[in-house]
Write a protein that binds this ligand. Sequence first.
Ligand code: 13P
Length: 342
Amino acid sequence: MNTELLKKTASEVVAKGKGIIAADESSGTCQKRFDSVGVECNEENRRLYRQTILSAPDLEKYVSGIILFDETIRQKNDAGERFPDALAARGILPGIKVDGGAKELALHEGEKVTEGLDGLRERLAEYVTFGAKFAKWRSVITIGANIPSEACIHANAHAMARYAALCQEAGIVPIVEPEVIIDGDHSIERCYEVTVAALKDTFNELKEQDVMLEGAILKASMVIAGKKAAAQSSPEQVGAETVKALLESVPKNLAGVVFLSGGQGDEQATANLNAMNLIGGTPWPLTFSYSRAIQNPVLKIWAQDTKGNVGKAQDALVFRSKMNSLASEGKYTAEMENERPY
Ligand code: 13P
């Protein structure tokens, strides 16, 4: 294992004031997103949309890395450069989603396990040739009446640890993502309990597989009440509970923690990240790795005129990235939204 390379890449991913854009939606997810704005979801439109994101001017000021989907890492921009090469040329690290998606967990109704370990060593070797520096694997933990089960948490933790070990063997920094789903009417306390259980098991498994934590990153969900809960969580609550949960379950030597937005509102996700960084005192940087909370306005604007609105869509992308960059240092205020260019 090339420990120096892994540590260097991981520290670049979570560099001060920077975060990640997740642009790695699978073709199925892309279909849903494009359907919602009335754009046909074909390969060329996906390429054009991703090009809009990946070529946004000044993005490298706020964004350290972008997670790509398998199709995108192989595609080229209008200038004929492969997308990962074009990103690297402007100082943005190309990442790659490598999991095979969350599938029904056998004998456990309503729960999922993420697949994709078969052939992963070979796929990672190919992604290295395309320039991928880091990877992502997402697990899904659902809160419900009698779930999550230990079986679900453990099956996912084990798979993530095996994925992470394969990444490090290949010289790629693994991002492990045990996402506690925000849907439902559960309380913030219940989310706390489940998040801590999932994180503890994940780090036990990573240890067992000898994953080097200084060269690995956690993509966490925030500790927050379910979307349908009667009592919704304030940024102060989310900040305090999330930082507490991380301190209780994440080893100090991990390179960094990035967050998913999980269906939160765009500004809510920014305010919540900011609240965590106002508390501070964590041994790891806390930053963003958002898909929806950054791309929501971008997709809408682009969809209104896929040729004419590229610049406007990019302005929205860069603005949200900048707000989240400020939040990663606890420097965001709601008033800054008055400068919104959309
Ligand atoms: P959201 O920010 O839309 O939750 O997506 C993040 C992500 O990459 C999930 O794996």
